[in-house]
Write a protein that binds this ligand. Structure first.
Ligand code: G3D
Ligand code: MG
Length: 189
């Protein structure tokens, strides 16, 4: 692909340690890791290039999804939190359906994120749905929480791959109309 223009989209994954953030990214990006590890701010950025047909023009458009992941403890200091969330255009907010506490913690994650990034599009995710016998949170609960945030909710499994791509694309579909200004355009060399 030569001279193709990619529009950068920064998305952040939020949620407690162990809910499956890193696993979901791995599953979505498969082995196409093209990562930058920013050790100083405890963050890893994984890039995923997407080509999407613009329904209005019927033309192919290229997006570069920059997926930010918190490495290690999520209780990082406020200054780091700001650099993590700064400029985020969307967020996957993830809890573990086998651990109700991680669901309750989401509202604090979302509060911290929107304080820096503003009211960006979100998708609420209940991960580890493969662990059927231990599920503590229903899709209905996730959906009513999401509705209060004007968002959608989805159950995923990073282990089986169920709904993983769908979750990322659901978010991308919501935020693409918001990132089509020229300032966001750059060229991959
Ligand atoms: P985090 O990045 O949010 O901290 P990780 O979470 O992606 O590191 O996942 C934490 C643990 O949960 C990992 O197990 C991982 O394999 C597991 N996990 C993640 N997603 C799923 C899922 O959908 N289903 C199941 N069954 N397990 C999942 P370990 O044992 O390596 O700690
Ligand atoms: Mg992780």
């Amino acid at each position: 692909m030569n001279e193709a223009e990619f529009r950068k989209i920064k998305i952040c994954l939020v949620g407690d340690l162990g809910v499956g953030k890193t696993s979901l990214i791995r599953r979505y990006v498969l082995d196409q890791f093209d990562d930058k590890y920013i050790a100083t701010i405890g963050t890893k950025v994984t890039k995923k290039n997407l080509s999407i047909i613009n329904p209005k023009t019927g033309r192919e458009e290229f997006f570069s999804l920059l997926i930010w992941d918190i490495m290690g403890q999520p209780s990082f200091r406020e200054i780091l939190r700001e650099s993590y969330f700064f400029g985020a255009q969307g967020s996957l907010c993830i809890c573990d359906v086998t651990d109700k506490d991680t669901f309750h913690e989401l509202r604090y994650w979302i509060k911290a994120m929107t304080a820096t990034a503003g009211p960006v599009p979100m998708v609420i995710i209940g991960n580890k749905i493969d662990l059927k016998e231990n599920v503590q949170i229903s899709l209905g609960e996730l959906k009513s929480f999401a509705e209060g945030l004007n968002s959608q909710a989805l159950l995923t499994s990073a282990k089986t791959g169920e709904n993983v791509e769908k979750a990322f694309l659901m978010l991308v579909d919501t935020l693409i109309p918001m990132v089509t200004n020229e300032d966001a355009t750059y060229k991959i060399t």
